[in-house]
Design a protein around this ligand. Structure first.
Ligand code: HEM
Length: 523
């Protein structure tokens, strides 16, 4: 019974420890095997009548993991070299289509976005770790639309603009903190993202330290939940019949932690607070959207998880890129000298007039896509593409990393080239660089599931990086420093390995302090 041993190796009872196979789990697995073999047989005969799915590696047995075992994102890109920009991974009856090229992402995930809005069933993240209200796991349907609408209202461009004073306030602190304690820059960036998201979501006005136990707890819960979205991580996703066994071992600890999500605690606080916030607004409009308390707490706490780590990671990769590619940072510095000067600090009003900085940010987000594997969608209707059919119900993974390495759209994809985002100069030297409108990347995902926090996130990236690059030169600690730029791991949100940089003052500290004090709210 080799397959039972294989099942035992993959049982998700613990994220860190593995349990041995008991007679009970063995019996369940054997029963599952019978059911699955039966359904494979049926599927084989019905699939002969259908248009073909995109090609892919040979089908595996139903209990085998069809996904690369490690380095999922990089291996998705390698499989695209072999099978093309869209391919199918199969294990028994389960089919997964990977979208790995720019053109296919536009066609399948964007133009046909109305047919690829659903999410696949997520036993671990969506059912065991949360009861409901976690938008990210929600399948298409009325409930999804209700929650998505509420979230959209709080985060759409006009609302995002109204949070600018909050972002300015906390971005100022980042610069002052870097001047006081530059070695802890990563903590300052995490504190920024946590403070801004907590203030928008819960109305908490005082800064929130990245090291506060409360923040650490929410972030850890979020990471546990989000890592459950990595394909192939848990065999229970392929064999939901094993779900009743989940309350053993490490999985129980994770689920219990989520049950006691701090969102519930915050919910009580928001009711009593005077500050306006997403949660307070949701409580006041509860009659309209009819989401129960538990869901309000859940949806708000997942917004915190979704918005905090991702923004921090984007800022960290930009700092790394600045130190790794000084010639590109120099261009941004020249632009800041010309457009902003040294007497005032850059602000949101400069967003449209710093194309070289914008191109630098676009390239950071392509060079190191923050969510490298993407978050799985599912076809809610048959999708036709290049003579293939992706049948309704198929899981579709838009692989951000693989798309970012598509050399047709992004020549020399491994090089860091902000100029790829600029229109070809008509004069030499270029007089007024302009951002291209015919090229894009999918940092924030696809179609109707696109990240609703993107407007807030883009503003955070712009303001912090404009201020940091205006105030400092970001350099390697010594000329012998070598950065491990490829050392990121396959978590759902990728992170650079810890790195050090030196912040060299470009603008004298007293001018920086005065200029930061002069920054308005800009609403
Ligand atoms: C640089 C920062 C961010 C990145 C890179 C990012 C990326 C993503 C991606 C890739 C998705 C999945 C989209 C898809 O399924 O195709 C997503 C979904 C989501 N994001 Fe973000 N995000 C960021 C910031 C934020 C912020 C600031 C918030 C909220 C304040 C937020 C809230 C959400 C939510 C609620 C979803 C689930 C949407 C759904 O399933 O319908 N994100 N994000």
């Amino acid at each position: 019974m080799d397959y039972l041993r294989h099942l035992a190796e993959h049982l998700p009872f613990s994220v860190t420890d593995q349990t041995s196979l008991t007679p009970v789990t063995g019996a369940v697995a054997a029963f599952t095997a019978f059911l699955a073999l039966y359904s494979i047989k049926n599927a084989a005969s019905s699939s002969q009548k259908r248009s073909p799915l995109p090609p892919g590696p040979p089908t595996k047995w139903f209990w085998q993991n069809p996904f690369p075992k490690r380095d999922v994102a990089r291996n998705f890109a390698a499989l695209a070299d072999q099978y093309g920009g869209v391919y199918t991974l199969s294990a028994g009856n389960n089919k997964f289509v990977v979208v790995a090229s720019y053109e296919a992402a536009l066609e399948i995930m964007e133009k046909a976005g109305g047919s690829t809005t659903d999410r696949p069933r997520s036993v671990v993240g969506g059912e065991l770790m949360a009861r409901s209200g976690r938008l990210i796991f929600e399948g298409a349907g009325d409930h999804f639309r209700t929650v998505r609408k509420a979230v959209h209202t709080a985060l759409q461009p006009k609302a995002a603009k109204s949070y600018q004073p909050i972002q300015i306030d906390h971005a100022r602190r980042v610069i002052l903190n870097i001047m006081d304690n530059p070695d802890k820059f990563a903590d300052h960036l995490q504190s920024y993202a946590s403070s801004v998201t907590i203030q928008i979501m819960y109305g908490k006005c005082t800064p929130t330290s990245a090291t506060s136990p409360e923040v650490q707890r929410i972030l850890q819960n979020g990471r546990n939940g989000s890592n459950s979205l990595i394909p192939g991580r848990f065999i229970i996703e392929a064999l939901p019949v094993l779900k009743p066994l989940h309350r053993l071992g490490g999985m129980k600890r994770i689920c219990d932690a989520l049950e006691n999500t701090p969102g519930i605690w915050w919910l009580g606080r928001a009711e009593g607070t005077a500050a306006s916030s997403f949660l307070r607004n949701m409580i006041e409009t509860q009659d309209e959207h009819r989401l129960p308390d538990y869901e309000l707490a859940e949806v708000t706490s997942i917004l915190f998880g979704a918005g905090s780590d991702t923004t921090t990671v984007g800022l960290n990769f930009a700092i790394l890129a600045a130190a790794e590619f000084p010639e590109e940072l120099k261009k941004v510095h020249e632009e800041l000298n010309k457009v902003v000067g040294r007497e005032r600090a850059p602000s949101f009003n400069d967003m449209g007039s710093l194309p070289l900085l914008q191109a630098f940010i676009e390239e950071v987000l392509r060079w190191r896509p923050i969510v490298p594997i993407g978050i799985a969608h599912s076809a809610n209707k048959d999708v036709h593409y290049n003579g293939y059919v992706i049948p309704e119900g198929t899981t579709i993974l838009g692989s951000h990393w693989a798309i970012s390495r598509d050399s047709t759209a992004y020549p020399n994809p491994d090089s860091f080239l902000p100029s790829r985002w600029l229109e070809s100069p008509t004069t030499s030297p270029p007089s007024s660089p302009k951002l291209r409108t015919d090229l894009r990347f999918f940092t924030y995902g696809f179609g109707r599931r696109v990240c609703p926090g993107q407007h807030v996130a883009n503003r955070s990236l712009f303001l912090n990086l404009a201020l940091i690059f205006w105030a400092f030169d970001v350099v390697r600690p010594s000329k012998d420093t070598v950065y491990d730029i490829d050392g990121w791991k396959d978590t759902l949100v990728m992170r650079p390995p810890p790195f050090k940089v030196r912040f060299v003052q470009r603008v004298p500290k007293d001018i920086v302090r005065r200029a930061l004090g002069d920054m308005g709210g800009e609403n």
